[in-house]
Design a binder for this molecule. Structure first.
Ligand code: SGN
Ligand code: CA
Length: 514
């Protein structure tokens, strides 16, 4: 009897020791800038391959319906950090002078307080200095691709210039910190790439990628924006009319037939290069530019030419991102960290890769509303799992907190995805998500708008100019028709208006400014 009791006791002790020893996972959050899902292999890209990013989907999971709440850089990042929509974290727009209020609750701060070693490298773009990190080293504003400047808590005036390519350097800084960190603590590393943001300056070694390819065009490259709100044709993000030859198209001199809008000073990246770098850059672009100028295409052919030049440079920037994701994954493998590390790949919003005739983002249409979200966590996720739930960037913070065994503060608006990871088919999840873009007719001519997206329908309210737009994603996946006036959709319209009202209440959204 006594023996049995002892065995029971030691078993209990063993179990409780194991429970106490819940090994808090490390978190590596790889976040890029403007990387659209249309250019990720695991999301079915028709235009490129991303073997290293895809590894996360193959060895872990992929969220097929992942979205932002405000498709622009700073605001998306603020939502990631706080788990709240813009109107609750106070960072509404990139334009204007507002800084992110770094004194508020963020998930890195809470992890740091709970004993995590925390670091951030790369792009931040929230104007105020980062808070909640033991170490941070970031690029000023948008940063530069070539020989980039980085600064630390010592201040921007003490920034340091690193020779080389920003995507490699950002990764170098992250891996160096991993080497030097306190090995007794779990860690959070936010590795935030500047790429593939405009002006899409590839690494020299990738300049010849896609050289002989003709990248497939999206079916809506020649969209005329009819059948939807009139405000769409007021955009300034067209492949046809709104590229700057010296920046986006990589010409050194003013192109003779370019108008003033299309002409600016020389490419900002070339100006930063060493003579050696410039020589390699010029050897690629100059002969091709000369051939273009000798017999420039016109009309639709010119649009096609611009699309090819744009998309190839964009994809070359992603080639470097993908390669560097590979470096991070190899580091984890080589250091025995793979099993207990959550690795996420995501990007602050999506991007138009010629769809609707556009580049840039901001609109609530699919290409810019979506964010990639791939997650590997060997202890929780079966390799190759696909999730269909509507994920949003406000869900990241509560997920990380819960994964670290912390309580999720009441004020957080997102939901932890841990229950979804455990039960990929669960139906107990939001059916509608809220969107609100606040910049009004800034650089790319996109008006402010609010909306709701369900699994099938999307309602957009261009509340300052054009009113409502209803889209049936099932019958119209390319989003070419507003059916808000179609009597067949009358009840759907009412239903979606109700959903929007409900979400406004749930999230305590502000009154709309006319
Ligand atoms: C810059 C770009 C824009 C881009 C914004 C916001 N212009 O202003 O094309 O939309 O950043 O991007 S550029 O001529 O300077 O390249 S964001 O990712 O920071 O939101
Ligand atoms: Ca961005």
């Amino acid at each position: 009897m006594m023996i049995k009791k002892n065995i029971l006791l030691s078993l209990l002790l063993l179990l409780s020791a194991q429970a106490e020893e819940y090994r808090r996972p490390n978190i590596v959050f790889i976040f890029t800038d403007d990387h659209a899902v249309q250019s990720i292999g695991a999301y079915g890209s028709k235009i490129n391959k991303t073997p290293h990013i895809d590894r996360l989907a193959n060895e872990g999971g992929i969220f097929l319906n992942s979205f932002c709440g405000n498709s622009i850089c700073g605001p998306s990042r603020a939502s990631v950090l706080t788990g709240k929509h813009s109107h609750k974290n106070g960072f509404y727009t990139n334009s204007g002078g507002a800084e992110f209020d770094g004194s508020q609750m963020t998930f890195p701060k809470l992890l740091q307080g709970a004993g995590y070693a925390t670091a951030l490298v790369g792009k931040w773009h929230l104007k105020s200095d980062p808070t909640g990190f033991d170490y941070w080293e970031i690029v000023p504003g948008q940063g530069s691709y070539y020989n980039p400047d980085f600064y630390t808590s010592e201040g921007q005036e003490k920034s340091k210039r690193y020779e080389g390519y920003v995507t490699d350097i950002t990764t170098d800084l992250g891996l160096k910190w991993l080497d030097e960190r306190d090995p007794d603590k779990p860690f959070l590393l936010m590795c935030q790439q500047k790429a593939p943001h405009r002006t899409w300056a590839p690494n020299l070694k990738h300049l010849y990628n896609y050289e002989d390819a003709s990248i497939p065009e999206p079916p809506t490259l020649f969209d005329d924006w009819s059948g939807r709100s009139e405000t769409l044709s007021g955009h300034a993000m067209g492949i046809k009319d709104h590229f700057i030859y010296q920046w986006d198209m990589k010409f050194q001199e003013r192109v003779p037939f370019a108008n003033d809008f299309e002409s600016r000073l020389a490419e900002p990246e070339r100006r930063r290069m060493t003579a050696k770098q410039q020589a390699v850059w010029d050897a690629y672009f100059e002969p091709r530019n000369a051939a273009f100028l000798a017999s420039p295409p016109v009309g639709d052919d010119l649009v096609r030419w611009k699309y090819q030049r744009y998309i190839k440079n964009y994809l070359r920037c992603i080639d470097s991102v993908d390669e560097n994701v590979g470096r991070v994954l190899s580091y984890l493998d080589e250091n025995g960290l793979t099993e207990n590390t959550i690795v996420i790949y995501s990007s602050d919003q999506g991007f138009y890769l010629g769809e609707h005739g556009w580049y840039d983002k901001r609109w609530m249409y699919e290409e810019s509303l979506r964010m990639p979200f791939l997650i590997r966590w060997p202890e929780k996720i079966r390799p190759g799992t696909q999730y269909k739930q509507l994920l949003q960037n406000i869900d990241y913070a509560p997920t990380f907190l819960q994964a670290a065994g912390l309580e999720v503060p009441e004020e957080i608006q997102g939901e932890s995805i841990l229950p979804v990871l455990e039960n990929p088919k669960t139906n107990e999840w939001r059916k509608y998500l809220y969107y609100h873009y606040y910049e009004h007719l800034t650089e790319h001519g996109v008006p402010r708008h609010e909306g709701v997206r369900g699994e099938r329908y999307k309602l957009i309210n261009f509340y300052s100019n054009d009113g409502l737009e209803l889209i049936d994603l099932k019958t119209d996946p390319l989003e070419l028709n507003d059916v808000s006036d179609d009597p067949i959709y009358a009840s759907v319209l009412e239903h979606m208006k109700d959903q929007l009202e409900q979400l406004r209440g749930q999230y305590d959204s502000p009154d709309l400014e006319e």
